[in-house]
Design a protein. Structure first.
Length: 325
């Protein structure tokens, strides 16, 4: 029987998470002969190849599990391209190695793929263990609000070929799905939702002050803005981060004035910086954990995030040669 769908899972040195994902994918309710699983390994790691081989033996290749090495560690966009380009199914289903697809995920997604549909967006459930999660956990949970995310989507293989797949300049797991989504919209491809096609996306533990490292992803906003300016403003951010610019400007004026001995200027500027930073910290703390270590983390990172974010916005604008503010 013809394969109906190919599931592409990009991975990078996360064997435990990949094992959990493969277990869920091997337990789908549709016939095992109707789909295949393609693991695209961005680490080209022999351990991952051995892991996939064990799964092939465990499932007796029903469904078939294929390992695709991606040499050079170019990011999930390149890994997904390597995966879908060897796919046998007319429908390519994308998820991530840290998700747990529900048993009827594939069946629900395939059912939503009518003849005139180019792509289907499934639903992502992000469980939170606390009514007052950390700022990081709350931010991660917003994945569930995404209109179209590669943690759970289905795209026709011929459509992927027509648009060239994923743009490999998105070398991090950030905005590459929005780029695909916007490209589909611009081609006037019909996109529908499948609320019954659910993957669970548990929040992974994060190190202290992880929000600072995440600011580097902003440079890929510049690339997305360059490619799809109107859609970026409609669906991502309607206006620039004037709050960040105001905080950075106040801090810059305070430091410059203080170094010049102009304390009459430095002190008011410092007060403005403190007020704006306190407001930003409160926005992040309002609905999140009040554990002392978390409060300390939010206060410290709230002082650092605006200048770090502005720095990466400038880097993105220069790298991709776009006026991105």
């Amino acid at each position: 029987m013809t394969i109906a769908a190919s599931v592409v899972v990009p991975t990078y040195r996360r064997p435990d998470l990949l094992d959990r994902c493969l277990k869920a994918l091997a337990s789908q309710t549709i016939g095992a002969h109707r789909y295949e699983i393609i693991v695209a390994d961005d680490a080209d790691d022999p351990a991952a190849l051995a892991q996939v081989s064990r799964w092939c033996a465990r499932t007796h290749n029903q469904p078939r599990v294929t390992y695709v090495p991606v040499r050079g560690a170019h990011g999930p966009a390149a890994a997904r391209n390597a995966g879908w380009r060897v796919a046998k199914g007319d429908i390519v289903a994308f998820t991530d190695d840290d998700t747990v697809p529900c048993p009827d995920w594939l069946a629900q997604g395939i059912a939503a793929m009518a003849a005139d549909v180019a792509a289907v967006a499934g639903r992502v459930h992000v469980p939170l263990e606390s009514e007052r999660p950390s700022d990081y956990d709350l931010d991660a949970s917003r994945l569930a609000e995404g209109e179209f995310v590669t943690a759970n989507c289905f795209v026709r293989r011929d459509v992927l070929g027509a648009i060239g797949g994923f743009d490999t300049r998105f070398t991090a797991a950030w905005r590459e799905d929005s780029d695909l989504f916007f490209s589909l919209i611009e081609r006037r491809g019909r996109i529908v939702t499948a609320p019954g096609a659910v993957v669970v996306h548990p929040v992974r533990p994060a190190r202290f002050a992880v929000s600072l490292a995440q600011q580097r992803k902003i440079l890929f906003d510049a690339l997305l803005y360059k490619k799809h300016r109107q859609l970026y403003r409609q669906k991502i951010r309607a206006t620039p981060r004037w709050d960040y610019y105001a905080i950075v400007a106040a801090l810059g004026v305070a430091l410059a004035a203080a170094s010049a001995g102009a304390m009459a200027v430095a002190l008011p500027a410092l007060v403005v910086w403190l007020a704006l930073t306190a407001q930003f910290a409160w926005q992040r703390l309002r609905d999140t954990s009040r554990a002392p270590i978390h409060v300390l983390e939010v206060i410290a990172t709230s002082a650092l995030i605006p200048p770090v974010a502005v720095f990466w916005r400038v880097v993105g604008a220069l790298r991709f040669r776009v006026l991105f503010v």
